[in-house]
Ligand binder design. Structure first.
Ligand code: NDP
Length: 316
């Protein structure tokens, strides 16, 4: 739980009574909690939230009890979710409308690992603009949690993917996920242009933010789409829209997963496709590291310190 905003050290293990689920809620025994960048924004106060607060948007586990009015999920079911609160715990209260059943044959740890970053990669690759075979995309942080999954999903659609990565080990992982070329952060816009006969890429997926935003605009072809979906290096400062005109009638969007799974049918469809891809085996989910719950602060330090690849899980 956090009682104040700040660095990773503000997270501490608290002993509290196991809560009862209210109407529409489930009490879940957490098998694994996903660590996501948004947890660091909530912890630091970049995204303000009332305190005290138990972090953890994402998890998977077994339903121990269902509150009044819950339909379609019962005690004993294995469920997973990406938009709850309080998953960094042994037990979590999760609104039933946010969970999906973990399909038979999918390891609940993998389900916890793929809900948030997997559905993010899913909406980014399918629901921003219609991407066609032969389009070129640039994906920043290609060896990260979203980066690896997004690369695999784009490549499966026939898109040529260029990525950036912060080390040679990360570059190797990104290539393994299907990246055609891995570029240096220092000169990625020039390299992306060189690799597209001077034209630029059709779409940039940028979860790095402040450090890559300006150059990313230079990597785009006329009428290209800039998808700013995160701020791992810090938020992008205020921006003059006229720049989009000057650089070639570019488009800019700042999407969030919540708006792409707000509707129950859309959540079920996206989660079904992502978990189905895991079950079929073509969506390889890299679990870069697991940590005991008590080491949540170490997980945050590693994530913010660029020392991680793929997904981080807390195992209560
Ligand atoms: P990652 O596993 O991708 O970790 C972040 C990576 O960003 C690092 O490993 C590092 O890779 C790169 N990076 C570059 N500069 C920095 C920096 N200064 N500090 C830290 N990292 C840096 O994290 P996630 O997959 O969890 O998330 C990626 C991004 O996607 C985040 O910005 C997150 O907020 C966003 N996101 C947005 C969602 C949405 O709905 N909009 C949903 C899910 C995630 P390298 O060393 O290779 O550069």
């Amino acid at each position: 739980m956090i009682h104040e905003n700040g660095g990773p050290e503000v997270m501490r293990l608290d002993e509290i009574a196991v809560p009862d689920p209210g109407p529409g809620e489930l009490l879940v025994e957490v098998v694994a909690a996903g660590v996501n960048f948004i947890d660091t924004y909530l912890r630091s106060g970049l995204y303000p939230t009332p305190l005290p607060f138990t972090l953890g948007k994402e998890g998977a586990g077994r339903v121990l009890a269902a509150g009044d009015g819950v339909d379609g999920v019962a005690e004993g079911d294995l469920v997973a979710w990406s938009m709850g609160d309080g998953a960094y715990a042994e037990h979590a209260i999760v609104p039933a409308r946010l969970v999906v059943r973990v399909p038979d044959g999918v390891d609940p740890q993998l389900a916890a690992a793929v809900m948030l970053q997997g559905m993010t990669a899913h909406f980014l690759s399918t629901s921003i603009v219609p991407l066609e075979e032969g389009d070129t995309a640039l994906v920043h942080a290609g060896a990260g949690g979203v980066g690896l999954l997004l690369t695999r999903m784009l490549v499966r659609r026939g898109v040529r993917v260029l990525t950036t990565a912060g080390s040679s080990e990360k570059a190797e992982l990104s290539r393994g996920a299907g990246a055609a070329e891995v570029l240096d952060y220092d000169d990625f816009a020039t390299a992306a242009r060189d690799l597209t006969d001077g034209r630029g890429v059709r779409i940039v997926f940028d979860g790095v933010g402040a450090a890559t935003f300006d150059s990313g605009l230079d990597a785009l072809q006329p009428r290209g789409m800039f998808v700013l979906f995160g701020a791992a290096s810090g938020p992008v400062p205020p921006f003059d829209p006229q720049v989009l005109n000057a650089k070639g009638s570019l488009m800019l969007t700042r999407p969030s997963l919540g708006h792409f799974i707000a509707d129950r049918a859309e959540l079920e469809q996206r989660a079904g496709e992502v978990l189905g891809a895991v079950a079929e085996g073509w969506l390889d989910v890299r679990i870069g590291a697991t940590y005991p719950l008590a080491d949540a602060a170490v997980a945050h330090e590693d994530l913010e310190g660029r020392r991680t690849t793929g997904k981080l899980l807390l195992l209560p």
